[in-house]
Design a protein around this ligand. Structure first.
Ligand code: NCC
Ligand SMILES: CC(=O)N[C@@H]1[C@@H](O[C@@H]2O[C@H](CO)[C@H](O)[C@H](O)[C@H]2O)[C@@H](O)[C@@H](CO)O[C@H]1O
Length: 357
């Protein structure tokens, strides 16, 4: 194919002598050489800007390069009609190097497999001493909840899915962001975040709410609850909270029963947590904060993401928008992202279609 294209491009006809063949071979060689030169040069130029993660080890560079090319071929951007789409590669190499569109944010009844290395990492997060068998727990869990289908995952209906991730920072106070937040297709909130009484600043719409047993709050009937399990007990808690009500204590008291429809319960994937810890937190801290887990989740299921309520307020105070604690905290970006760890999210925000508001 390449040969015949070159042949035509060189304007020649098939001749009797060997000369044309030599010219064609030379053309092929020159083309191949030029292609390799351009590719390698642009790759090297691009990567020399990545001070934090690149090394000059040729093997490392070659691996990174081949991964990048594979990604481009294997996962071309999905249909999206937004002005800019998260999954569009090539806007920021920094972002592309970390973003892995193949990672699955949910555990589902069809995809409940946690690789051994992820499982080992996850088990250490909260030092669970005698964890129950994970397989048995997951079988039981998906015997109780259907664990499938969520509007966020059904690609067909939205061509531009706009999501708002609302953190719990006091910087939302008097922001008047309520309407803006509510204008999104999906509004993701977390932990104890209330909306009643704070509508003008934080909005009133919630489509998805991230919780773990210790941070559970009652949700409206139309809201999907996304359980973030930090330990096996958290998975078992959902089962008992929907059935027998036997678990009422983890490391603090937790609700015995929850009033959530089984079809509205989704389960965050521990392997996805590990991916965030490795690719985005770059192993800083112990594990990602709920804010970062929610944000990364959104980046993998939405086409456009706007971020609200992260960081300290304008006076450097670190508190929830519904509380009055005015303690000063300097490392706001760090705490917003990791459990005593951080990632250069500002960098990501500046270079991709994520807006931090
Ligand atoms: C005492 C304690 O453990 N507090 C943690 C609480 C607590 O467990 C829950 O509120 C449930 O009661 O949870 C956390 O987080 P929390 O519920 O405070 O906030 C959720 C996410 O919002 C972002 N945030 C919050 C406050 C603030 N001033 N600036 C912010 O940027 C952060 O990204 C944060 O992750 C958590 O789960 O991550 C982290 C907090 O450290
Ligand atoms: C304040 C604190 O560090 N408490 C820890 C607790 O951490 C909290 O875990 C939550 C998930 O369960 C969530 O990640 C929150 O952001 C953390 O502050 C756990 O690590 C717990 C484990 O036994 O120990 C508490 O001291």
């Amino acid at each position: 194919m390449l040969d015949s294209t070159l042949f035509l491009a060189s304007g020649g006809g098939r001749t009797r002598g060997g000369k044309m063949v030599v010219v064609r071979r030379r053309n092929v060689k020159m083309f191949t050489f030029a292609f390799l030169l351009i590719t390698v040069t642009s790759f090297v130029l691009n990567y020399t800007h990545q001070v934090t993660t690149s090394t000059w080890d040729p093997r490392h560079l070659a691996v990174q390069f081949s991964e990048h090319v594979q990604k481009l071929f294997k996962y071309p951007r999905r249909p999206c009609s937004c002005r800019t789409c998260i999954s569009e590669l090539g806007r920021s190499l920094w972002f592309d190097q970390r973003f892995n569109s193949t990672m699955q944010p949910f555990l589902t009844s069809q995809n409940a497999l946690i690789p051994e290395d992820s499982y080992r990492w996850w088990l250490k997060l909260q030092g669970e001493k005698t964890p129950k068998s994970l397989n048995a727990t997951l079988t039981e869990l998906f015997g109780v909840i259907p664990g499938d289908g969520d509007p966020l995952q059904e690609r067909g209906s939205y061509t531009c899915r706009r999501c708002a991730v609302v953190g719990n920072s006091g910087n939302l106070r008097q922001s008047q962001y309520g309407q803006d937040i509510d204008s999104h297709d999906f509004v993701l909130r977390m932990n104890r975040a209330p909306t009643t009484g704070y509508e003008s600043d934080v909005g009133s719409k919630t489509t998805h709410h991230f919780v773990y047993p210790e941070s559970y709050k009652e949700l409206a009937a139309n809201v999907s609850m996304i359980l973030i399990p930090f330990k096996t007990l958290d998975l078992r808690w959902v089962v008992t909270a929907l059935t027998t009500g036997t678990i009422n204590f983890t490391y603090v008291p937790v609700p015995r029963k929850i009033k959530v429809k089984k079809e509205k319960i989704l389960v965050y994937n521990p392997s996805f947590m590990k991916y965030i810890y490795e690719n985005w937190l770059e192993h800083h801290g112990r594990y990602p904060s709920t804010g970062l887990l929610s944000l990364m989740f959104a980046l993998h299921v939405c086409d456009e993401v706007d971020v609200y309520g992260f960081g300290a307020d304008s006076k450097g105070h670190w508190h929830h928008y519904w509380e009055n604690n005015t303690s000063v905290f300097q490392g706001q970006m760090t705490l917003a992202m990791g459990t005593s760890g951080g990632c250069n999210f500002q960098h990501a925000a500046e270079q991709s279609s994520v807006k931090m508001i």
